[in-house]
Design a protein around this ligand. Structure first.
Ligand SMILES: [Zn+2]
Length: 316
């Protein structure tokens, strides 16, 4: 397994690029095993001249600024070093994406679709917290001596490799198949009950709409309501709805504004795939949108219900 870490300068102008300043990596023969090889490259920034907040305080920024190495050179050397390795790990989930972004910018061909274990999440699962634990905190928690500075990509990889000794196999299992997977009923169709809905005036009204929230069980047709949506990426929402007989289903709602400014969306029951697991796990860490007025009440007709709903809306 290769554990990698990057330091980068956040893009701040029209050029959308989080410019990589350092690639660090260590090789271990198994998670928690000894480090058998290391890789480190400091990269001279060529795109963004100004260092943004985080980058400005990198302890070894000078070594990037003084470096002769370009991103394509460093990346080429890194890929050579990786060889045929298939398993990757990182503290957090963003590094491979940033690497891919830089490759696209420099028009480099590199297959970065590799599976990267988020060791930060695995650590959180191991110690039983729902929060993301900063690397230095994990090091402190494990009582590991910290003679090297943090925020040097190579040092951070070394710390990640050492702290990984504490990660349990059960936590790694949960990363590949989280506990919530078993709580849902999954349909065999690739995109079950997919349908287009809208238009809506605003994204919010789309999320609150009866049409986006009243779902039918794909097995028996019983109606169930989505009462909240979770979203980490704009326009992609996840919710759930129950069927008394068949359990709870996961719904994905993708919605975006059209040229007329109105929002249209597509509802579907996502299949159980790695992509779904990744997307829903991310969404759970994101924003919560509680829908206005519980839908089930709308089935009853009559004036009293309506005033009750309005009161609830004002109160919320
Ligand atoms: Zn059902």
């Amino acid at each position: 397994m290769i554990i990698l870490d990057l330091e980068w300068n956040q893009g701040y102008d029209k050029t959308v690029l989080d410019e990589v300043l350092q690639i660090g990596a260590v090789r271990v023969d198994r998670l928690g095993g000894p480090i058998t090889d290391i890789f480190c490259a400091f990269i001279r920034p060529r795109v963004h001249k100004k260092m943004k907040q985080m980058a400005r305080y990198l302890p070894e920024l000078r070594r990037s600024l003084d470096s002769e190495t370009t991103f394509p050179e460093a990346m080429g050397a890194f890929l050579d070093w990786c060889g045929e390795e298939r398993e990757f790990g990182a503290w957090g989930s963003g590094d491979m994406e940033v690497l891919a972004q830089n490759c696209r910018y420099w028009k480099m061909e590199a297959d970065l679709s590799k599976k990267v274990w988020d060791l930060q999440r695995a650590f959180s699962i191991t110690v039983g917290t729902g929060q993301s634990v900063a690397l230095y905190r994990a090091v402190e928690y494990c009582g590991v001596p910290a003679p090297f500075e943090f925020h040097n990509a190579l040092n951070d990889c070394v710390y990640t490799a050492v702290v990984s000794q504490w990660i349990t196999p059960a936590a790694i299992d949960e990363l590949s198949s989280p506990a919530w997977v078993k709580k849902f009923t999954w349909t065999s169709e690739p995109e079950g009950s997919s349908r287009e809905i809208g238009p809506f005036q605003t994204a919010r009204s789309g999320l609150n709409s009866r049409t986006s929230r009243l779902m039918s069980c794909p097995l028996c047709g019983e109606k169930g309501w989505v009462i909240q949506w979770r979203s980490r990426r704009e326009g992609v929402y996840f919710g759930t709805f129950p069927c008394r007989e068949h359990g709870r289903f996961l719904v994905r709602f993708v919605m975006s504004p059209g040229e007329d400014g109105l929002f249209r969306g597509r509802l579907s029951l996502p299949p159980l795939t790695d992509a779904t697991i990744q997307a829903y796990s991310e969404a759970m860490k994101g924003q919560l949108h509680s829908c206005k007025a519980l839908g089930g009440r709308r089935r009853r007709r009559g004036g009293r219900r309506r005033s009750g709903d309005e009161a609830r809306e004002k109160a919320s």
